[in-house]
Design a binder for this molecule. Structure first.
Ligand SMILES: Cc1ncc(COP(=O)(O)O)c(C=O)c1O
Length: 468
């Protein structure tokens, strides 16, 4: 169901309900939205976990053969069915020809990462030469900071958002320490206003305007892992660069979730993991971006033989011919098995396209928001219903598919009861439950089922917490 031009998701839901002559909360609305979803067949490309296989499931509460309600693609994406085939192809090649596999087959191992980099261009909005697939996310963040963070007595700070993901926080702390800098003075953290959960763009821009002359690098996440806030990346980039800062992003929660245009926005550098929305499996091959404007000026600080031009790499003469740009940052030979799983997923993205996925995502998450507000919104507080608060921004431009929920009742039991009923989502400190309907494999009916299961989980949690 495509929204009409400029139609808000809630209006689409109401319009469909009125066409069906039913309430917007009726199951038929979810089924109609699925029927009209042009991307619905992509769900078939993935293994959807079954209720019976989930460790915390209570089989007395569910139909064991039913699909789980998997809403955790923001943490670990589901497995594309072709992963196994691709892995088997490489395992077979290895078994049959050993080292000859380096140069032969669909994915010669020496250039395996390069064979799939082209599949990433539309996802991050970059040229192939600006993208490199290597290592894991935090490792890449370190490698990029080693090159982009060159503090001087006047310009020595790194600017980041409050409650950044711990790994980013530690990476920044340790980079500052490497330069002998005082962490308190050099780690400039932008916090939300008193009583607010998310950051206002104007507040971020104000800090950049006021303190930009002393900031060497701005390192923000594209999408905050906890609140689900999608930061205004082009505005931050423009403001930072106007003040002479390098601007980089951790795209762990943005890549494959929202449309990105790293090249056109002029972002200096970025890095991301691939096991969340990009479905490459735990510990999958990560990515990094270095804008082409830096190809000949910003060099890797740490070198390895895979940063050397392929044409002369195997001359073994120890005379480095560094590949300009992102690919020069490679240190080691690519992990072939990780290339397979990432390729399987990226091929699906190529077919679906980020544009179409994002369009569906806006409606899918909008439908979830609509139902949550309908049953558990603040205005229902007079009734005895528990209130579910959505801390993720309500403006579509400021969020991706994830909504972070806080509850007027203790969440521990609510979360346990959801798990028992086959809802796969997660609980994050201090008090949020993150729910992410992923447009590639989640359906509108998944969202409908989630709301019903949430209802029964809340009732069961209340009984448990009251000792009934
Ligand atoms: C925002 C963010 N940064 C960094 C990481 C750490 O990633 P890795 O363990 O792949 O280095 C994660 C992992 O979930 C993350 O969400």
């Amino acid at each position: 169901m495509d929204p009409l031009p400029h139609e808000l998701p809630a209006d689409t839901v109401r319009r469909v309900a009125s066409e069906l002559r039913c309430l917007p909360t009726d199951e038929r609305v979810a089924l109609r939205l699925d029927e009209e979803d042009k991307l619905r067949h992509f769900r078939e490309y993935f293994h959807i976990p079954k209720m019976q296989d989930l460790p915390p499931i209570d089989l007395s509460l569910v139909n064991k053969d039913e699909n789980a309600v998997y809403l955790l693609g923001n943490s670990l994406g589901l497995q594309p069915k072709t992963v196994k085939t691709y892995l088997e192809e490489e395992l077979d090649k290895w078994a049959k020809m050993g080292a000859y596999g380096h140069e032969i087959g669909k994915r010669p191992w020496i250039t395996g990462d390069e064979t799939i980099a082209g599949l990433m261009t539309d996802i991050v909005g970059a040229n192939e030469k600006e993208i490199v697939l290597m290592n894991a996310l935090t490792v890449n963040l370190h490698l990029l900071l080693l090159s982009f963070f060159k503090p001087t007595p006047k310009r020595y700070k790194i600017l980041l958002e409050a409650k950044a993901f711990p790994s980013d926080h530690y990476a920044i702390e340790s980079q500052l320490q490497l330069h002998g800098l005082n962490i308190e003075k050099s780690m400039r953290i932008v916090k939300p206003r008193e009583g607010e959960e998310t950051l206002r763009t104007e507040d971020i821009l104000e800090v950049i305007e006021k303190e930009g002359d002393s900031i060497a690098v701005i390192l923000f996440s594209g999408m905050h892992y906890y609140t689900g806030q999608h930061f205004n990346m082009p505005a931050i980039t423009k403001a930072g660069q106007a003040k002479g800062c390098f601007v980089g992003f951790d795209l762990a929660h943005a890549v494959g979730n929202v449309e990105l245009h790293l090249h056109d926005w002029g972002v200096d550098f970025a890095c991301w993991c691939s096991y969340k929305y990009l479905n490459s499996g735990a510990g999958g091959l990560a990515g990094a971006f270095v804008h082409e404007k830096h190809a000949h000026t910003i060099k890797p600080a740490l070198l390895g033989w895979f940063g050397h031009e392929l044409s002369t790499r195997f001359k073994m003469d120890n005379k480095l011919q560094l590949i300009p740009g992102a690919n020069g940052f490679r240190i080691s030979n690519p992990p072939m098995l990780l290339v397979c799983s990432l390729q399987a997923s990226l091929e699906i993205f190529k077919k679906a396209t980020m544009k179409a996925l994002r369009r569906k995502s806006v409606l899918l998450t909008g439908y979830l928001e609509f139902l949550l507000k309908h049953y558990y919104g603040k205005d229902k507080a007079e009734t005895k219903t528990p209130v579910v608060n959505i801390i993720t921004p309500s403006r579509v431009e400021e969020r991706g598919c994830q909504l972070t929920l806080t509850f007027s009742v203790p969440i521990k039991s609510v979360y346990q009861e959801l798990e028992k009923r086959g809802v796969v989502c997660d609980k994050r400190e201090p008090n949020g439950i993150r729910v992410a309907p992923v447009p590639l494999y989640n359906s509108f009916h998944d969202v409908y089922r989630f709301i019903n299961l949430l209802n029964s989980a809340l009732e069961a949690a209340e009984r448990k917490d009251n000792g009934v």
